[in-house]
Design a protein around this ligand. Structure first.
Ligand code: S3P
Length: 442
């Protein structure tokens, strides 16, 4: 993990987004490629790996457990050690800002022979972990978290896990994936039922590696001890990173941009569906499958957006995109209502509070609820926004500059590196008037 000085973004008003760009690799898929590659038999080669701090934290954790990883830019080669080849780490595994790393690893590590501890940065240390430790205990894991239900997670190894039938009480792909990974080490079958379909990258990648998954009455089941073989994985560009440009191009008059090679897994394209309902002009071309994941080029042209009540069934599939979607709402005519999104309170920041505070700061009226918010479109005046060290808050408010009357300063944007290294440079190429400033530096 890099130690970096705090960075502010300054976005000057106006501009439009143009050209064909490719955002970095998908974060969710990059994490899973390292994790599954590490416990596969043989050498997995990955192309398009996201070199963000979150995915590098996952990589460092597996290196600390004895996995040899060759890493040259977006190309990564993992020397898989098989299901039972991980070694005890010498220190607690520090997963930085990454909830996906912490929760998926809790499942993968619950069935190992060794003890270990999972920690993270100040934001991750506050996020809820009982959702993973409770069902893992039901599987007979010896696992604990803090009294507040947060990290550190401590695991005592050498337990014989038992398969379970489990219905997810929270809509969470991280929890589903955690339990599928634990299921690999459990006796019998582990069957997970979800009430709403969440991103299925773990299932797709396991099958891509030749691991057999079964469907039983809508549940997805995995059998303990299922070994699988290394494979090649080509990672698409991250739709969650593309989302900032999709929204920027939709709101900025005259924009016409194409996001190349973006992952368009059906459980990830809620952002496109929501924006299309608001009147956005978005078309998918060149649709194809790469390493078992759907991929397309996404063309976005500016359009006049109108507010909507966001259909609740789209919320889980757009969960990471609400900071950006609420910027679109601020630029739309009328009111946009988001409900059923309480999960936003426990992301990298309390995103309902952070979005509302930021929108107020730039002149937009917002009403908040426990599980959502109502945003009334209006004039974006400009001002200073606190990112609350949340990468997606920072990048969303950067796009608001396209429609702002005065400059927008976004404070503390260093964590953009967790998911989108090179964001400023790519945004400049696309047409955003953005620069970084290190507070206090002359
Ligand atoms: C992720 C799942 C989502 C998402 C996160 C990445 C994943 O979290 O918000 O950024 O890779 O599985 P939840 O599954 O907890 O909603």
């Amino acid at each position: 993990m890099t130690v970096s000085h705090s960075t502010d973004y300054i976005v000057s008003p106006g501009g439009a987004l143009h050209g064909r760009i490719r955002v970095p690799g998908d974060k969710s898929i990059s994490h899973r490629a390292v994790m599954l590659g590490a416990i596969a038999n043989g050498q997995t080669s990955i192309r398009g790996f996201l070199q963000g701090e979150d995915t590098l934290a996952t990589m460092a954790a597996f290196r600390a457990m004895g996995i040899k990883i060759d890493h040259g830019g977006e190309d990564v080669s993992i020397h898989g050690a098989g299901l039972y080849g991980l070694k005890p780490p010498a220190h607690p595994l520090n997963l930085g800002n990454s909830g996906t790393s912490a929760r998926l690893l809790a499942g993968l590590l619950a069935g190992q022979k060794f003890d270990c501890e999972i920690i993270g940065d100040a934001s991750l240390m506050k996020r809820p972990m009982r959702r993973v430790t409770d069902p893992l205990k039901e599987m007979n894991a010896d696992i604990s978290c803090s009294e507040q239900g947060t990290l550190p997670i401590r695991i005592r190894g050498g337990r014989r896990l038992q398969g379970i039938d489990y219905t997810l009480p929270v809509v969470s792909a991280q929890l589903k994936s955690c339990l599928l990974l634990a299921g690999l080490y459990a006796e019998g079958k582990t069957c997970i039922q979800e009430t709403v379909a969440t991103r299925d990258h773990t299932e797709r990648m396991l099958q891509h590696f030749g691991c057999v998954l079964e469907k039983k009455n809508n549940a997805i089941c995995i059998r303990g001890g299922s070994e699988f073989k290394a494979s090649e994985i080509v990672i698409p560009a991250d739709i969650s990173s593309a989302a900032f440009f999709i929204i920027g191009a939709s709101i900025a008059e005259g924009s016409d941009i194409t996001l190349e090679n973006a992952g368009v897994n059906p459980a990830r394209i809620g952002v496109i569906r929501v924006l299309q309902s608001m009147g956005a002009d978005i078309t998918l071309t060149n649709q194809r499958i790469a390493s078992s994941e759907p991929v397309a080029d996404i063309r976005v042209r500016a359009s006049q957006l109108h507010g909507i009540a966001i259909p609740p069934e789209l919320v889980p599939n757009a969960i990471d995109e609400f900071p950006a979607i609420m910027i679109a709402a601020a630029c739309a005519s009328g009111k946009t209502v988001l409900r059923g999104a309480a999960e936003l309170r426990v992301k990298e920041s309390d995103r309902i509070a952070a979005i509302a505070e930021g929108l107020h700061a730039i002149g937009i009226s917002v009403v908040t609820h426990d599980d959502g918010m109502e945003v009334t479109g209006g004039r974006i005046r400009g001002g200073t926004v606190n990112s609350h060290t949340d990468h997606r808050i920072a990048m969303a408010f950067a796009m608001a500059g396209l429609k702002s009357e005065e400059a927008i300063r976004i404070e503390d944007c260093t964590n953009v590196n967790t998911s989108f290294p090179g964001f400023i440079e790519l945004a400049q190429i696309a047409g955003l008037n953005i620069r970084r400033e290190i507070p206090g530096a002359s």
